[in-house]
Write a protein of this length. Structure first.
Length: 129
């Protein structure tokens, strides 16, 4: 039987994901409500990242391993793709998203977090409770 994803180190992981979910949701909400016309792509991507963080948080907290894996994998792909695009074509991102420059504005935590999340999901899948 797999170990729950929300115990031990998993509690810290859920807390970090919850913090990012809250931060990304608040940031996207303000951006969309007050400055959408300035950088619609960036602000919509901020909203997308917020949704991904919320889904990952809830899935990790409930040990919904399949949903958590999909959300965290999507997050990693998003960070890598948006990070690369924002570096290669900065004009396309006149304002930062959570995933811009690989999460530089958030101390690169958005780049490291999905790697840790995927590691934790793999580790707990093979553990015995």
């Amino acid at each position: 039987m797999a170990e729950p994803t929300n115990t031990g180190f998993g509690r810290l992981l859920v807390a970090v994901y919850a913090t990012f979910a809250l931060a990304a949701t608040a940031r996207a909400g303000v951006q969309l409500a007050t400055r959408f016309g300035e950088a619609p792509l960036a602000y919509l991507l901020s909203a997308l990242s917020a949704v991904v963080y919320v889904v990952a948080t809830v899935a990790l907290a409930r040990s919904a391993r399949g949903v958590a894996t999909a959300a965290v994998a999507f997050e990693l792909i998003g960070v890598l793709v948006i990070g690369a695009l924002s570096v290669l074509d900065p004009a396309a991102f006149p304002d930062e998203t959570v995933w811009s420059d690989y999460g530089r504005g958030y101390l690169f935590i958005p780049l490291v977090l999905p790697l840790v999340g995927l590691y934790w999901l793999r580790r707990t899948a093979s553990s015995r409770a």
